[in-house]
Design a protein around this ligand. Structure first.
Ligand SMILES: C[S@@+](CC[C@H](N)C(=O)[O-])C[C@H]1O[C@@H](n2cnc3c(N)ncnc32)[C@H](O)[C@@H]1O
Length: 161
């Protein structure tokens, strides 16, 4: 296991460390090797759709299957309404790094109001067409300036509130 590929890159890990003081709380969508590394510095909550990745690392896992699995990936996303009560109320950074695939994360924009707008939002994988479109749409909806950072293998977008 290493940074990059299925996980955030080391540059993204360092970026998060530069944005967020040690000991703060992160809610991430999608768990992996990056969870283990981040959990050495932060309190982690992980929304995870795949039972094989639940409980693997030092995080409070929120198992959340996807909806519309028989439909196009553009219609699939976490069944977030099932777990709203389990989401932490106060967190300092939201890492949008799931569900996997090039298209599923477009649905984030339909659920913006369910996440803490006081937190910093970090969007991974903006080198992908639809993740970039989604990030830009979020910035437009919230009237925030776009901040896109080259994090090595991946591009990352920040929304600071
Ligand atoms: C992009 S990954 C999330 C990565 C995580 N935020 C990190 O930095 O390690 C999205 C999903 O892929 C799955 N996944 C995580 N690590 C994986 C791996 N090494 N190989 C295949 N799938 C993985 C999990 O279901 C996870 O929710």
């Amino acid at each position: 296991m290493a940074f990059g590929n299925h996980s955030i890159t080391e540059e993204t890990f360092e970026l998060i460390k530069s944005l967020l003081p040690e000991g703060k709380t992160i809610l991430e969508l999608g768990s992996g090797y990056g969870t283990e590394q981040l959990s050495k510095h932060y309190k982690l909550f992980s929304v995870e759709h795949n039972p094989n990745w639940v409980g693997k690392y030092n995080s409070t896992y929120i198992y959340c299957p996807l909806i519309n699995q028989d439909k196009s990936e553009f219609e699939q996303w976490y069944n977030i309404d099932l777990v709203l009560e389990e989401l932490p109320k106060d967190y300092d950074l939201l890492l949008v790094d799931g569900p996997p695939s090039d298209f599923r994360r477009t649905n984030f924009i339909n659920h913006i109001t369910k996440f803490n707008k006081e937190a910093i939002w970090v969007f991974d994988d903006l080198q992908r067409e639809y993740d970039l479109i989604t990030y830009k749409k979020v910035c437009e909806m919230l009237e925030k300036e776009e901040k896109i950072i080259d994090c090595g293998q991946k591009m990352v977008g920040i929304v600071e509130h």
